[in-house]
Write a protein that binds this ligand. Structure first.
Ligand SMILES: [Mg+2]
Length: 211
């Protein structure tokens, strides 16, 4: 069976990444306030954009060195594997044996690629897709046949809602990490299961009546 995973706040603590970036930038002379402001402003159509943020920081504080900021950024991104949630690896290891695992992540291409590549989970996936379609439906169409049974693990309730509309046999699993971006958004009728971590996914898959 195909199991499709979202990345940010499903497998990866984006919050931890940004906290670490903020801390590292502080060492380069970027205050928390400047970091947060430029972080927000840097966002393009598809989310956070690091290059934009560097430019905005330099605009505010021309005495800072762009090269140094890039090095600070790289240092943290290189440690992306530390921000993968602790419950992820054992479950992926277990699932990859009998399933086709697909990573389907939304966001700005370069930044997503840097995070994903450094997270050291690439080898578990048969396919990795970075999309600019927030509902991911156009990408799911390339992965699944209309009536195919598959599993989709994602923290954005609306993405699951839209996916199920097009793929009625897709089992939609909402993962509610406490720090998640969508934690306050309500469930919807197109969500089949709600879990707190990937341990919860094992239980769903073990209910073999689905498959
Ligand atoms: Mg997500």
């Amino acid at each position: 069976m195909k199991i499709i995973f979202d990345f940010d706040y499903t497998l990866f603590s984006t919050k931890k990444l940004f906290e670490n970036l903020k801390e590292e930038f502080k060492g380069s002379g970027v205050s928390d306030k400047l970091f947060s402001e430029t972080f927000q402003k840097s966002k393009g159509a598809f989310g956070y954009n690091s290059e934009n943020q560097f430019k905005l920081i330099i605009e505010e504080k021309p005495e800072l060195n762009l090269k140094k900021l890039k090095i600070a950024f790289k240092k943290i991104i290189n440690r992306a594997d530390q921000f993968v949630y602790p419950d992820v690896l054992p479950v992926l290891r277990n699932l990859e044996k009998e399933n086709e695992l697909i990573l389907l992540s939304y966001g700005e291409k370069k930044f997503q690629k840097e995070k994903i590549e450094n997270s050291k989970i690439l080898s578990y996936f048969n396919k990795i897709i970075i999309t600019q379609d927030i509902n991911k439906v156009s990408d799911l169409k390339k992965i699944l046949k209309e009536k195919e049974v598959g599993l989709f693990v994602e923290d954005a309730p609306n993405t699951l809602y839209e996916a199920k509309k097009v793929f009625p046999n897709l089992i939609t699993v909402r993962i509610k990490r406490e720090e998640g971006k969508y934690i306050k958004e309500p469930d919807n009728k197109n969500i089949d299961f709600v879990i707190r971590d990937l341990e919860g996914l094992k239980k769903i898959i073990n209910q073999k009546f689905f498959f």
